[in-house]
Ligand binder design. Structure first.
Ligand code: GSH
Length: 271
């Protein structure tokens, strides 16, 4: 990857965070990238930045290894990417390696200033919204792989058509309605333009990424839903202009969608 300019550093010093994820796709790594980018905190995207130097082998070794431990033996095994490695943050100066997207976001939330500062419940509100957005992420993935993750889309196309129809007609509007109600609630109670409180949190970036992904996967469907969920899509459009996000979206670090979670098969979209 040519361009590896990281966001400007904030005052607080941060450890050299490392994102361990598959190369070349946004995938679930994107939820973690967005958190760093909006916070303006540097991170290394190991598989994409160190392509020739074996970055992806590092990811495979740590995240897809059949051995019982990951990294230098102090961390438990990892089931699958994404994972976050934080050199020096563990016991005896060793690295901490943790996985599961919402778990990583929760670890980073306080450290990157992406959760409300006051009141424990605010952190749980942020996490419940992120978890819900990630549920939608999974349901959308299943529209092209409803039967078997290891089989090709073409081998499950008939079921995919039925699954996509249900997700588009029933599930997407249910989720969008929830996100929009959350925005309305926060405008009243939290007095903010974001999903929780008056500052951007990882709930905002996570919901944004799923909205962006479904807009890519189902452009016809989302064009229609925009009219129904005006406030939510205003939030989506506005967030693209937020400091950190705007620069990131224009950079080469933002990877294009391809054969990952969000895929565009025209036949699965509204006809
Ligand atoms: N719930 C996990 C799901 C992780 C996951 O499905 N990772 C994908 C890449 S996005 C993977 O490589 N999975 C391998 C597998 O499930 O066998 C998370 O949110 O991190």
């Amino acid at each position: 990857m040519a361009e590896q300019q990281q966001p400007a550093k904030k005052q607080r010093t941060h450890p050299p965070y490392e994102l361990l994820y598959h190369p070349g796709i946004p995938g679930r790594g994107e939820f973690v990238r967005l958190a760093f980018e909006v916070a303006g905190v540097p991170y290394a995207d190991i598989a994409n930045e160190d392509k020739d130097g074996g970055g992806y082998s590092t990811v495979q070794e740590i995240c897809m290894n059949k051995n019982t431990t990951s990294d230098d033996g102090t961390n438990p095994p990892i089931f699958s990417p994404p994972a976050l490695r934080v050199p020096g943050a563990g016991r005896d100066g060793k690295a901490v390696v943790i996985s599961q997207t919402p778990n990583i976001l929760s670890y980073l939330g306080g450290r990157l200033g992406l959760v409300p500062e006051e009141g424990e419940e605010g952190r749980f509100y942020v996490q419940q919204i992120a978890l819900t957005a990630l549920d939608l992420n999974d349901e959308v993935h299943d529209t092209h792989h409803p039967i078997a993750v290891m089989k090709y889309y073409e081998e499950q196309k008939e079921e995919a058509l039925k699954k996509a129809e249900d997700v588009r007609e029933n599930r997407i509007p249910k989720y969008l309605s929830y996100f929009e109600r959350q925005l309305q609630w926060n405008r009243e109670v939290g007095k903010g333009k974001f999903l929780v409180g008056d500052k951007i949190t990882y709930a905002d970036t996570t919901v944004w990424q799923v909205l962006d992904g479904i807009s890519f996967a189902f452009p016809n469907e989302i064009e229609m839903r925009r009219k129904e969920f005006k406030e939510l899509f205003q939030f989506y459009d506005d967030l693209k202009e937020e400091k950190g996000i705007k620069e990131y979206l224009a950079s080469e670090r933002r990877l294009p969608y391809s054969m990952g979670i969000f895929r565009h098969y025209p036949e699965l979209d509204r006809q």
